[in-house]
Design a protein around this ligand. Structure first.
Ligand code: GDP
Ligand code: MG
Length: 440
């Protein structure tokens, strides 16, 4: 996908504000990316339209192309949609706080119940009781008991033949009597939404008044997400989402679908079968994964922060004319310092392995930047413009002025030479775009 977007960027010319056609072209690619990430179709449509409204007419930030700008806007909107901060389980209620786990069969409810119980026990020092209300599958209650043993979290003793609502009531009573902080109720699921399931869960909800009702959703959920999310949100009322199997191949489109359809935050993600494989949700990570273009986004961010358009253009022109002098090197060094070193920036640009290697050969490393800056600052204006005039006696003066050795001064001048040569090559390679933060 990044390569496909790359070609779009290449075709887009630099302009002041994003036009409808700039945005339209980039959004066609974004639409495909979202569908490939398995975001539900109605959510994709809605998302695209919102971004279109936001993007058209927006000023292109200095030093990036319109296509990159659109990606950035898309990314920011996506992160905003996904929720900007990670939200933990809400335990602000009188004990025992009831956490009700709901979702389709096989979504990971039972496993996630165990994971959350362990997490609350170890991180929040809570006394947690778990109970399985899943009487539909013979081994389901036993499965939770086994997880409880592994996590050293108690489970409600199993009474064969007891219906779900009765188990829920008994669990609540036990939790109260025995002074538990949290009661986690694992419910049965069905392969598809059905009314019997909804009625059962609703009855449990009414009997136990949960503080949290977490919808557990497999990250692989595709177009089904809308139906599942809507049904549970409308008929049960959920307070959060747990996305499971984020360790798998799924691109995570379900995160966007679920968030858009239910309006509830994604609180945690499951990242494996083990009991400790659960993590807070980070919108940026999932956004990058959904779009599959995290590198472009961080490139645009850095470019936006640091590279001044005019400066970059001035430099690009100078490099082309072969007029790159030591003042330019100085301003480059300062840019580099701001950007966290050349390796940081270069690493983000696709297809620059070769240039990066040359950079390394030219010995441009971050720790040396300060020294180099000091050396240039000890030169006169004339020397900076015409480095050829710097002979032995001048070198001596510059060295003592900057607190360096003559060898250091020589090294800098040599580097400057190498850099000038390299930049000429780079500009032949079409790196004018690179200097502006564009795609080379
Ligand atoms: P339930 O029917 O909703 O209770 O689902 P289960 O908790 O029984 O999980 C079904 C299967 O999915 C089990 O084999 C779990 O080990 C597995 N599973 C659950 N969560 C995750 C996860 O985050 N990652 C992976 N890889 N597997 C998971
Ligand atoms: Mg289960």
């Amino acid at each position: 996908l990044t390569t496909r977007l790359g070609s779009v960027f290449d075709r887009l010319k630099r302009r002041g504000a994003l036009s409808e056609s700039d945005v339209g072209e980039a959004l066609r690619e974004i639409r495909v990316a979202l569908l490939e990430a398995d975001v539900a179709l109605p959510v994709v449509r809605d998302f695209i339209e919102k971004v279109r409204e936001k993007a058209v007419g927006q000023e292109v930030v200095r030093s990036v192309t319109p296509g990159q700008m659109v990606v950035k806007i898309v990314h920011d909107h996506l992160v905003e949609m996904l929720g900007t901060a990670s939200v933990e389980i809400n335990l602000e209620a009188a004990a025992p706080v009831v956490v009700l786990m709901v979702g389709l069969q096989g979504s990971g409810k039972t496993t996630t119940t165990g994971k959350i119980a362990l997490r609350l026990k170890t991180r929040e020092r809570k006394r947690v009781l778990m109970a399985s209300l899943d009487v539909a599958r013979p081994a389901a209650q036993r499965q939770l008991a086994v997880l409880g043993e592994q996590a050293s979290v108690p489970t409600l003793p199993i009474v064969t033949g007891e219906p779900p609502l009765a188990i829920a009531r008994r669990a609540l009573q036990t939790a109260r009597l025995e002074g538990y902080d949290v009661l986690m109720l694992d419910t049965a699921g069905r392969l598809h939404i059905d009314q019997a399931l909804m009625a059962e869960v609703a009855a449990v909800r009414d009997a136990t008044k949960p503080t949290e009702t977490l919808l557990v959703v497999d990250a692989m959920t595709g177009q089904d997400a809308v139906n599942v999310g809507k049904s549970f949100a409308e008929q049960i009322g959920i307070t959060g989402i747990v996305l499971t199997r984020v360790d798998g191949d799924a691109r995570g489109g379900a995160a966007l679908s679920m968030r858009a359809v239910t309006g509830q935050p994604i609180k945690l993600i499951g990242t494996g079968e083990k009991l400790d494989a659960i993590e807070p949700f980070h919108p940026e990570r999932i956004a990058g994964r959904i779009l599959g273009m995290g590198d472009v986004v961080s490139l645009v961010e850095r470019a936006t922060e640091t590279i001044e358009k005019d400066e970059a253009e001035r430099l690009a022109a100078k490099v082309q004319k072969g007029e790159f002098d030591l003042d330019d090197l100085l301003s480059q060094l300062r840019q580099l310092k701001k950007m966290g070193g050349m390796s940081g920036l270069m690493g983000l640009l696709p297809g620059v392995g070769k240039i990066k290697k040359q950079m390394a050969e030219a010995n441009i490393d971050e720790s040396a930047l300060k020294k180099q800056e000091a050396i240039i600052l000890s030169m006169t204006r004339g020397e900076r413009k015409k480095p050829e005039v710097i002979k032995a006696s001048r070198k001596q003066r510059i060295a003592s002025g900057s607190g360096c050795s003559v060898q250091d001064v020589n090294r800098l001048l040599k580097q400057y030479d190498q850099m000038r040569t390299m930049m000429k090559q780079v500009s032949k390679l079409g790196a004018k775009g690179m200097m502006r933060g564009g795609m080379p």
